[in-house]
Design a protein around this ligand. Structure first.
Ligand code: MRU
Length: 372
């Protein structure tokens, strides 16, 4: 990703001190670009829970680096004490956000790799560092490949429209900032734009934290992709009037049966798309698949966040990012952060291995090694 023309990832080890992890703090975006240092497991847990970073892939990559930091600080007197501390730190990280499956996936990948290298503590720390970097590199590579597969769908629609701009609606931010680079929902969009295929993106604002209005719009702006921010309730109207050619969203957990958990409001967009014959695609790396559950509505844990995220709204005032009260001070509010879109409403899944149906046969066809 490019910010003011300079290439960044969303997370990296500090150049002159590889015991420090650096992230882009997403809270003040798009108004301020702030880089934050993370030194301890508590810093990492806070960064995930309070959403300094966010998005399925980046939450996973941050947990991977968090386990490396845990390894640096764990007791070194015995392999047992070292491992016990890592398991405890892994639990602490996993408790920060329940819906994104990449978080537990990254923690367990680290614990398995650290256990596999024997009892020497220095070797274990080196393994943790190596796996953290590998998770980040894989995330970026998988997202790039998602772009290469997904661009074919946009290309086809563009041909059908004789080169008229392809109108794509997206919800939340499944872009650069939700991953290590490229993004998932945005990767095919960037690939199309870079190949000269005219695209225009309808950006759902995505209340309550406005990841669309703040972050997706900022990214598209930085990359020069034509886009328009819309209030969350507009998509259905646009679809009824033929103003949306396709929807692409990301996901925080997708079951191998095809049910998709994503940012709250995604389900309503899928219903509107279904009613209007608009193709509805979900883009994800394989780290976001949950291979254990079958029924998304019944089995996926849905994170509930604080009421203040609904009651207050952030914005720029006199050069400072401030928070203002939106509702009557005494009105209660509730804040479900995700919902589940049943597989029957999903046209296809765009993965690093290709595009498949949102069904058990489709997913296992692409990932045959996961057949039980
Ligand atoms: O609560 P967030 O911002 O971490 O939500 C996760 C997401 O980024 C979205 O649900 C996104 O659409 C999924 S793809 C990372």
């Amino acid at each position: 990703m490019n910010v003011h023309g300079k290439h960044y990832r969303t997370i990296w080890l500090k150049e002159d001190d590889d015991t420090v992890v650096q992230i882009i703090d997403q809270r003040p975006l798009p108004h301020k670009f702030v880089i934050e240092d993370l030194h301890t497991v508590d810093d990492v847990a806070r960064a995930i829970k309070d959403m300094h970073i966010r998005g399925a892939g980046l939450v996973g990559a941050t947990a991977g680096y968090g386990m490396y930091i845990a390894a640096l600080h764990a007791p070194k007197d015995s392999a047992e004490a070292f491992t016990a501390q890592l398991v405890a730190d892994g639990e602490k990280l996993k408790a920060t956000r329940p819906t994104a499956v990449n978080l537990e996936w990254a923690v367990h990948r680290q614990l398995d790799a650290i256990a596999a290298v024997g009892d020497n503590i220095d070797t274990k720390i080196a393994a943790a560092k190596n796996i953290a970097q590998t998770i980040a590199d894989e995330d970026a590579d998988f997202c790039r490949r998602i772009g290469e597969h997904g661009v074919s769908i946009i290309e086809e629609i563009s041909k059908r429209k004789n080169g008229e701009p392809v109108n794509i609606l997206t919800h939340c931010n499944a872009g650069w900032m939700a991953f290590v680079d490229y993004g998932t929902a945005t990767a095919p969009i960037y690939a199309a734009h870079d190949r000269g295929i005219p695209v225009h993106v309808w950006v759902d604002e995505t209340r309550p934290r406005n990841q669309g209005a703040r972050i997706t719009a900022w990214e598209l702006n930085e990359h020069g992709v034509p886009h328009t921010v819309i209030a969350d309730n507009v998509g259905g109207h646009l679809m009824q009037h033929g103003m949306v050619d396709m929807v692409i969203v990301g996901t925080d957990r997708t079951l191998y049966t095809g049910d998709v958990a994503n940012k709250i409001g995604t389900y309503l967009k899928a219903l509107a798309a279904h009613d209007n014959g608009v193709p509805f695609y979900v883009a994800l790396p394989s780290s976001t698949f949950d291979w254990t559950k079958r029924d998304g509505v019944k089995e996926i844990p849905i994170e509930e966040r604080g009421a203040d995220e609904v009651k207050y709204i952030n914005g720029l005032y006199n050069g400072e990012v401030v928070s203002v009260l939106l509702t009557p001070a005494d009105s209660p509010a509730t804040n479900y952060a995700f919902d589940v879109t049943p597989a029957r409403l999903v046209t296809g899944l765009i993965t690093e291995r290709g595009i498949c149906d949102a069904s058990e046969e489709g997913v296992l066809g692409l990932y045959p090694e996961k057949r039980k």
